[in-house]
Design a binder for this molecule. Structure first.
Ligand SMILES: Cc1cc2nc3c(=O)[nH]c(=O)nc-3n(C[C@H](O)[C@H](O)[C@H](O)COP(=O)(O)OP(=O)(O)OC[C@H]3O[C@@H](n4cnc5c(N)ncnc54)[C@H](O)[C@@H]3O)c2cc1C
Ligand code: SF4
Length: 577
């Protein structure tokens, strides 16, 4: 296969038939947003997606299943588990959701150090199976790496992205409360899910004991009260069933397939091509710009090239990095835009290792209704203005209170006498917290391309070399100590601390590899997410992250994507791209 073909077009339809204003690689959370914004701004847009097509409602086979409708009541067979040690570890993976995750053999990679790479390859990507937590970053996170000396400066500040957060929140529907916290800025929220009675107590007692620590309502991409814009998308009110990862019959949580992609389709400007693995981006030496994208059809193995004025790379952090590393030309022998050798470096993730939990006495006469699909949050209180610990970075926590059944279980359906007896009575209350911690991007935490091994499409396998460091261990220890103390002060008993020792990656928030920054010597993307050295290529998924912050990242990818798409179309209109 040619690696630098600005002139060839292997599709018999000719260049013009394959030419669009914009190409978007990937149709997940960020790609869906790129498609929506570009199409709304009038750009004829081609979305290239390696996986199969998934249509809202039609392709949610388990959305209304009861446990007994699933052949193995939700569990996977021993044979499947043996063949898929990686993907079966993923949060939410089960018989009801397995069809939205890839199997281990579908796309192998080389783990130089242990790294769990969880993926969903289909139209909609991981937006169908994500957890939907949606907090805003604060200026603390945008400034901390440079201010505290553990990274390069972000090229943007909270003020640059705040209007785009609002745009995204209004469209996708995020529930939550405006709590007036600097560490977790307010947003354009729909009403939150209520706390249960013990959560109210935890909140009251934590704020009594720790005036600077805030347990707040979860901020979640869930339509609790549809606004006009959600009704226009055909989306309705959440029924609190907590079966979201199967696809929602009400369209009540945000996914690309229920929201952004159909919206883009309505403009008449969108073409989606599933079953299309992007092999590389084509660089035109004469124009000193990218001219298009080379794909391999996963059914026919036919190679086709598509052309556009701008290219949005939204294949998710590590796949976007892989595509750029594989896009080699005379000008960029080490990968597109990679003059500095930084491409693939400074990969980071969220530290999810720590959790604490205990029991809570009473109230025995109270229970709660429904299955709330969100959780309360504890905003970060570490290293905000200045460094006040022996580590850098912060952590937030998800937390809550629940009531067991009398047989000691919560939701896991079982069979037999104890289960039936357990159904008739409620058991103990419990309280818990689990962390989402910042990790520090480092040159040594990196991904690269294998020199020998290739996948079934002839594309080099990704090699991962990502590990925890001493800072992560200190942050984890602090969370375990503080979390346990907070639960105890809030009235929990027998509080246990747990380090799950997960490998990086299982936190499913992989970031970096193509980081943003002001200086082309230390970063690959500018403040508009354009490659410094190839301005018509925009990378707006997690690959662009300069640091990880402690908040769930996907809403930031959406906001950055919307902002970059607006910039791209303005530049195209000005003839700059
Ligand atoms: C179980 C789970 C829970 C999560 N919970 C949360 C949460 O609560 N909050 C949060 O913020 N984030 C959460 N995440 C993370 C979130 O899903 C990702 O951050 C988000 O989906 C990233 O968006 P993306 O567009 O970069 O990638 P994706 O949504 O993964 O989409 C990428 C798309 O690109 C396609 N693709 C990849 N390679 C190629 C190629 N070579 N050619 C063509 N197409 C390609 C893929 O098939 C996919 O459709 C969760 C993830 C999981 C798995
Ligand atoms: S909890 Fe709400 S969003 Fe999730 S599946 Fe049920 S109705 Fe849909």
């Amino acid at each position: 296969m040619q690696t630098d073909s600005s002139a060839t077009n292997m599709n018999s339809g000719g260049v013009s038939q394959n030419t669009y204003d914009a190409i978007v690689i990937g149709s997940g959370i960020s790609g869906g947003w790129a498609a929506k914004e570009l199409c709304e701004l009038g750009a004829k847009t081609l979305v290239l997606e390696r996986g199969r097509n998934v249509e809202h409602l039609k392709d949610y086979p388990t959305m209304n299943h009861n446990p007994w409708d699933l052949p193995h009541r939700g569990s996977m067979t021993r044979e499947f588990l043996d063949k898929n040690p990686l993907i079966t570890k993923a949060a939410g993976f089960g018989e009801d959701t397995a069809h939205f995750f890839i199997e281990d053999a579908d796309h192998p990679y080389v783990q130089e150090k242990p790294f769990d790479w969880i993926r969903g390859y289909q139209v909609g990507g991981k937006s169908i199976i994500w957890g939907r937590a949606c907090q805003r970053w604060s200026n603390y996170e945008f400034t901390a790496p440079a201010r505290l000396g553990y990274g390069i400066d972000w090229p943007i500040r909270y003020e640059d992205i705040a209007p785009w957060y609002s745009r995204v929140e209004r469209f996708i529907g995020v529930c939550g409360n405006n709590d007036g916290l600097e560490a977790m800025p307010d947003g354009d929220y729909l009403p939150p899910f209520e706390f249960n009675c013990v959560e109210k107590e935890l909140q009251r007692k934590i704020s009594e004991h720790y005036p600077d620590r805030h347990m707040i309502h979860g901020r979640w991409a869930q339509v609790t009260e549809p606004a006009e814009i959600h009704l226009q998308q055909g989306r309705g009110r959440c029924q609190a069933r907590n079966m979201c990862m199967r696809g929602c019959p009400y369209g009540a949580y945000f996914s690309s397939v229920s929201s952004t992609l159909p919206w883009a389709q309505r403009t008449g400007n969108l073409t989606i091509r599933p079953f299309s693995v992007v092999h590389s981006i084509i660089y035109d030496e004469a124009r000193r710009a990218a001219s298009g994208v080379r794909i391999i059809d996963t059914n026919t193995h036919e190679v086709t090239e598509y052309f556009a004025r701008v290219i949005f790379v939204n294949a998710s952090a590590l796949n976007s990095t892989l595509i750029l590393l594989n896009s080699v030309s005379d000008r960029f022998p080490e990968g597109l835009g990679n003059d500095t050798g930084l491409l693939g470096k400074y990969v980071a993730f969220h530290n999810y290792r720590g959790s604490v939990g205990g029991s809570y006495d009473g109230p025995d006469d109270k229970y709660y209704y429904g299955r709330k699909p969100s959780e309360p949050m504890l905003a970060n209180f570490r290293n905000l203005g200045k460094q006040d610990t022996d580590f850098v970075g912060g952590y937030m926590a998800f937390m809550g209170a629940f009531r067991l059944r009398a047989d000691g279980n919560t939701v896991q359906e079982q069979i037999g006498g104890p289960y039936k007896d357990g159904l008739t009575e409620a058991g103990e209350w419990g309280g818990y917290m689990y962390m989402q911690g910042e990790t520090v991007p480092k040159a040594t935490n990196k991904v690269s391309l294998s020199k020998e091994a290739k996948d079934q499409w002839g594309i080099p396998l990704l090699v991962t070399e990502v590990a925890y460091d001493d800072n992560d261990e200190k942050l984890l220890k602090d969370f375990l100590t503080q979390g346990a103390e907070m639960l105890e002060k809030a009235g929990c008993r027998n509080v246990e601390q747990r380090d799950n020792n997960w490998a990086p990656g299982r936190d499913i928030h992989e970031m970096g590899g193509v980081r943003m920054g002001n200086d082309p010597k230390t970063s690959l993307l500018n403040k508009w997410n354009q490659l410094h050295h190839c301005k018509n290529v925009f990378v707006t998924d997690g690959a662009c992250m300069t640091s990880t912050g402690n908040q769930s990242p996907s809403i930031l990818y959406m906001a950055l994507t919307a902002r970059a798409a607006d910039h791209a179309v303005r530049e195209m209109k000005r003839g700059e791209l």
